[in-house]
Design a protein around this ligand. Structure first.
Ligand code: SF4
Ligand code: SF4
Length: 373
């Protein structure tokens, strides 16, 4: 295992995420399968992982409870626990913190985070009183390091980062979000404010563990002994302000592969990074439509649909999943994908030969199946 100093301690570069543990039953709140999950924790400890990340809400609260049980047989000073307070889950931060200590069966939390900053929730965290309370707990030694995790926009993240001094922050960071989303800007903001980064979603919930057949074979040819997922970890290792790379490991196969990656600790060379970017482009082109927003198709659409905007939404959906379709519900009546009458006139004008009615049908179907919250 490779390690990196953090203030006066040393953290394993691979951290164990505890939100996707094996469960008994289905669903996000299903109880943790103790026997299977304990094997993963034991493997983690015996192979040098010393950072364990959980949250009040993971597995409906059972993640913290399980972790408290699973780590009990090891000396408390041999590992670090990170857990989080989510204001939207329960506004009583004092009661939540006490409950977390009980669940985790410990007197202190090593790394405590405000959980999941979104643009809409920032003021609740920054001005709701919880920070003062958690700072009192830090002074009392019940919290060692204080930070936050964020899914906020770049603008909102800048506001949070500048609000006060933070010991660390946790963000979603991987090579795909670096290229196709805002991970690079987020990394730069936190680095500018001297805030060390704990990375979540390094393989994007497993999406980067297998790309497309062509992209996978390019990576396999370059480094036959590396898994596709390991390229994602080795890419992140290159970023100097990254402290711990978390992986929510669900089975022995994943942890064995990840530990092997962090045992050799080889980060990508410049040439290998170029190979990864080539594979990423192959992958992206395999799942997206090559719309250039030329708008040649727009004038002849009898429904007056904003076709390039819908093509962009389709590409985002293919990369990011159904939640990225949210903006389509806000389109005016008569301008949604379902309003396409499949006349096909648009495709005759498309220099990229996109079969536009098929894309509209796929979007319509995806919107029908989008989970309702
Ligand atoms: S197929 Fe749909 S999007 Fe294309 S021109 Fe006809 S109505 Fe418009
Ligand atoms: S004509 Fe084709 S490439 Fe141009 S905007 Fe329409 S869908 Fe996109």
């Amino acid at each position: 295992m490779i390690y990196k100093p953090f203030k006066d301690i040393s953290l394993s570069r691979l951290g164990m995420g505890n939100m996707r543990l094996p469960t008994i039953g289905e669903g996000r709140s299903a109880a943790v399968d103790r026997a299977q999950a304990q094997k993963i924790i034991d493997y983690a400890i015996s192979h040098g992982i010393n950072y364990f990340d959980t949250a009040y809400v993971y597995h409906g609260g059972d993640s913290e409870k399980f972790l408290g049980e699973a780590l009990k047989k090891y000396p408390r000073s041999s590992y670090y626990i990170a857990t989080k307070y989510m204001a939207m889950g329960n506004p009583d931060y004092k009661a939540v913190f006490e409950e977390q200590l009980k669940r985790l069966d410990t007197d202190y939390i090593d790394f405590y985070l405000l959980h999941g900053m979104f643009d809409m929730s920032i003021d609740t965290y920054l001005n709701g009183g919880c920070i003062d309370y958690f700072m009192e707990q830090k002074t009392a030694g019940r919290i060692k390091y204080f930070g936050f995790s964020s899914h906020a926009s770049v603008e909102a993240l800048e506001r949070v980062a500048a609000f006060r001094e933070w010991d660390f922050a946790q963000i979603q960071l991987n090579y795909l979000d670096w290229i196709a989303a805002t991970a690079k800007s987020q990394y730069e903001i936190l680095t500018k404010h001297n805030i060390p980064i704990m990375v979540m979603e390094p393989v994007r919930g497993g999406r980067l563990a297998s790309l497309s057949p062509e992209a996978d074979s390019l990576l396999k040819k370059a480094q036959p002994e590396w898994s596709v997922a390991s390229w994602a970890f080795r890419w992140i290792m290159r970023l100097p302000n990254v402290q711990v790379i978390l992986s929510g490991m669900s089975n022995m196969e994943q942890i064995t592969d990840n530990v092997a990656t962090f045992d050799d600790g080889k980060m990508l060379t410049d040439a290998q990074e170029k190979q990864l970017m080539d594979a990423c482009e192959l992958f992206r082109s395999s799942i997206s439509v090559p719309c250039t927003a030329c708008r040649y198709c727009c004038d002849t659409c009898p429904q007056g649909l904003d076709i390039p905007k819908l093509m962009e939404a389709y590409n985002s959906f293919k990369l990011n999943g159904p939640m990225s379709l949210g903006a389509l519900y806000a389109l005016p009546a008569g301008k949604k994908p379902a309003d396409c009458i499949a006349c096909g006139v648009c495709s005759e004008h498309c220099p990229q030969n996109i079969v536009i009615p098929d894309i509209m049908a796929q979007l319509t179907e995806a919107m029908k199946n989008m989970p309702k919250y």
